[in-house]
Design a binder for this molecule. Sequence first.
Ligand SMILES: [Zn+2]
Length: 528
Amino acid sequence: MTTITCYGAVGCIGGNKILLEDGDARLFFDFGLDFGHAGRFFNEYLRPRAARGLLDPLALGLLPPLEGLYRDDLAFAGLWERFRPHPLYRDVRRDGLPADAVLLSHAHLDHNADLSYVNHAIPIYATRVTAFIARAMQITGQMSFERELIYVNPRTPSESGELKSDSKAAYRCRPHYFVDGALTPEAQDYWAHLPKSDSGKGKDFAPACAERAADSVNGLPIRWWPLDHSIPGAGGYAVRTSAGWIAYTGDLRFHGKNGELSRRFARDLAQLHPVALLCEATRPDPDPSPITEADIIANATALVRAASGRLVVADFGPRNVERLESFAQVAHEAGRALLILPKDAYLLQAIALADPDRYTPPELWPMLQLYADPKAAPRPWERTLRDAWPTPLVGPTEVSRNPGAYILCFSLWDANDLLDLQGVEGGIYLYSSSRAYDDEQAADLDRLRNWVRHMGFTLYGDPDDANRVPLHASGHAAGPELVEFVATVRPDILIPIHTERPEWWERELAGSGVRIQRPELGKPIVLA
Ligand SMILES: [Zn+2]
């Protein structure tokens, strides 16, 4: 029997946790965090408690109650008794691992973050770039049990029952199988060692398998395709089950620089005649005036040229490397240096190490320079990076002296560092990121406007300004492109995920011969 069970991304955007079972094979497509659901209970300061491990996310329904799937070291004695009466409870323990693999589509947190809780012996299938982005983020981010995506800091129960991190237990790496090729020896070496720990104690690190993926998982053939999305390393999958091929889009678009990859995915899937297609629809509405990266480069270049002699701040998600490349081109055309922060440089180095054929290390980008934000004590990874940087670092004094020579890549989270700059009034702030999706993001956008006003900058690209100069292109396909995609693939069944409007598909595909099967949370869809 072949079943698909969606434990997330049902009627909402993100939190993809999709279980595919066929005979005794069991694998997940993604294991992401549902930001909307989590945001109803948590904010930046109110977080799940590390000392209680799985309790908080299970009790709040952020994780499905699948006993055996998660890390043993996050389950205190008696935890599971509490969840056995839950309607979605399932015991997935068996001989060996509770799942054969998690197939990751890309490194956005709504697709991979809840991996942190998952049994760390379960193999992860991903592209090299997806894995290296997650690793760079874990190393440069705040250490937290909610973000142990690549290596795990094992906990042990204390006398009183709370889970504590064990200073003697080595970090344990999750086994990785790379769907797009093997690591170079240099990348392998990087993967097998962690930077010295911040505490200076230097816990041991237990490496795990990091090799090219085979073409099947527990007897099920798998295929992977690179896709166009707003993060490098993104891709989609198809798995051949006893019911036929089952395909999964992850997130995709067609209007980016790599749109042709997504079109090839459609054509190749059509050849497989999939029985089921799990497809995102983040943006079902048609896009009346589609924006491309080329438009963004042209718009930003015009604004930067007009701001001659004044500072330019560019605000976009640093993992959106395509956008970073766009701003590097803007900097080149406007004769300015692009200044990035050490954490972004670390990320770019990791990406270039993962896929050296496609990505150039940031030290070799001609117009790119490293911004030295004042820090009392940079963490070890950052000290190493600053020390090894081949050109002089640029600090607030240089920028204040010659603001017209730079484009500074900052976001709201770096706003404090703007206060180090003097004489930069009259500068421009290019907001090149998405609109606010919830109240918290709307509040952050308001804070950003306050910072921009306080600094005496002019804001461009404000998503709430109907007359804004467009400086952002979405990471997701618009409705008509999705319909065309599905019309090309022609699956027997379409399973709408990662959308707030699953019913939209029913209207769009009426009479097409494609049957829509709307998923219900935790309820298996039986295919054969
Ligand atoms: Zn995404």
